[in-house]
Design a binder for this molecule. Structure first.
Ligand SMILES: [Zn+2]
Length: 135
């Protein structure tokens, strides 16, 4: 009887087989990127890509000299987009930008970059790492 009780002491989840590396990669890819303030899901890790061919995280100085770090994503959602777009001080040549805020809480999260011509992708998002969690 004692032995049986000992056996039952193990938590059911303790002997669950560990995920294979492929499983872990899949889990990593579907991990959510959230609005830091209200935790709305904005994107997933699988959508990260290097917009300039170098890195999916870039730091840029804004016109005031302030350094902003953005993660570039092919897809993002739950964003409220400004109706106007601008080409001024664009960080990605050939792209105009449009301000993107969290649809739930209104926090400025970054920008959508839209191609003016034949550039591919035709649009992507550059979101402020400081305003996101789950990165
Ligand atoms: Zn939010």
């Amino acid at each position: 009887m004692l032995e049986l009780r000992e056996g039952n002491k193990e938590a059911p989840s303790a002997d669950r087989p560990k995920g294979s590396p492929a499983d872990e990669e899949r889990e990593e890819a579907s991990k959510a990127i959230l609005c830091r303030k209200c935790e709305t899901t904005i994107s997933e890790h699988r959508h990260r890509f290097a917009a300039d061919g170098e890195s999916d995280i870039r730091a840029f100085a804004n016109p005031h000299g302030l350094l902003r770090e953005v993660v570039t994503l092919r897809k993002a959602w739950s964003l409220e987009l400004e109706s106007w777009a601008s080409a001024e001080f664009t960080w990605f040549p050939g792209y105009v930008w449009r301000v993107a805020s969290c649809k739930s809480c209104g926090t400025l999260l970054g920008w959508r970059f839209e191609s003016e011509g034949e550039k591919s992708p035709s649009e992507f998002f550059g979101l402020l790492t400081a305003s996101l969690s789950g990165l």
